[in-house]
Design a protein around this ligand. Sequence first.
Ligand SMILES: Nc1ncnc2c1ncn2[C@@H]1O[C@H](COP(=O)(O)OP(=O)(O)O)[C@@H](O)[C@H]1O
Ligand SMILES: [Mg+2]
Length: 363
Amino acid sequence: MRYLKWDETLFKNENVFDPDYLPEVLLHRGMQLTALAANLRPALRNSAPIHTLLFGPPATGKTSAIRTIFSELKEYGICTVYIRCPLVATAYKVMARIFECVCNHQPPQTGVSITRLYDSICSKLAEDGKVLVVALDDLNFLEADVANEILYILLKAHEEYAVKIGIVAAATERVMLDMKTGAIFHPDEIYFPLYDESEIRDILRQRVKLGFYDGAMTDEAFDRIVELTAKVCDLRFGIYLLRMAGIEAENRASRRVEVKDVEIVYEGGTKVFLAKSISALNSDERETLKIIYSIKGDVNSGDVFKILKSEVNMSYTRFYEIINKLERLRLIDVVMGRKGKGRTRYIIKKYDPRVMLKALMEY
Ligand SMILES: Nc1ncnc2c1ncn2[C@@H]1O[C@H](COP(=O)(O)OP(=O)(O)O)[C@@H](O)[C@H]1O
Ligand SMILES: [Mg+2]
């Protein structure tokens, strides 16, 4: 008996389903790519790029767009630094990353102030006569004061050192700028809307073609994955389901992925997938989500607030913000409805409550 028989795989290229796989063509993002390229093109003439904010819900292609345009910039010899903000978290670390890229060596471990680091970065840029483009991806995951500090330092470069730096920030939520930073940071905004079902279909179809052998994915299984993806509106989930369903089919030694494979991986997959979204929430936000998913039937936002208020001290404004965030992360939908004389907000659960509560419990 051989446990790892890999001569019968359904996958032509399984890497296509990796979270950081970058397809050669980003479907349905022509407008956004053209706009971003136009803002950064001045760098090729050694002029200052236009600061840009890529704004839109998760999994709408913001990171992929940055990586696509950055790889072209690199081909032209432009100095680019890509920073995934949640991993970095302090202004010093961001500056250290930029230092590393620009100066080609690590900054000294201790005893160097952020201003000194910045001095070195700018002197090197001035000396080489180079433009620098910095991507601050998922900027809204930083504490607001950290985000402001980073932006401020980077933006002052232009004035103080006469070097040219372009910033490309990506965010799923607005970053509150303080007065000082707000006065000098006016990025051009490029919006990344959610993909609709037919766009999701095209994008997943492209992945199937690249990742599976011809005929390995039945139309029925594919349709089911598109439907499930459109329901939660998250491409990452779809790409994940494609891969897991493929593995499931292989495990039962089938030559084709069928609907039953999709159904089997769906529940387990949802839980893993939800765990990731839940990790982006703080404890109040998780509590709110738990209350919503514990209520049977229609959920009225007023009822949720009442329960929540009896447990934690929370203002209505804060509650409102939380509901908006949960909606943006597509963990719930909010619709307006009538209740008696007035209008009220109803909350719709997007996932199976059993699966959501389990994921919350295991967090
Ligand atoms: N237009 C697209 N064409 C192909 N794949 C895409 C497209 N947009 C997003 N994806 C894929 O969806 C996933 C999420 O995209 P990503 O760029 O990380 O989104 P965001 O940064 O907006 O959260 C990635 O696996 C990415 O490859
Ligand atoms: Mg991203």
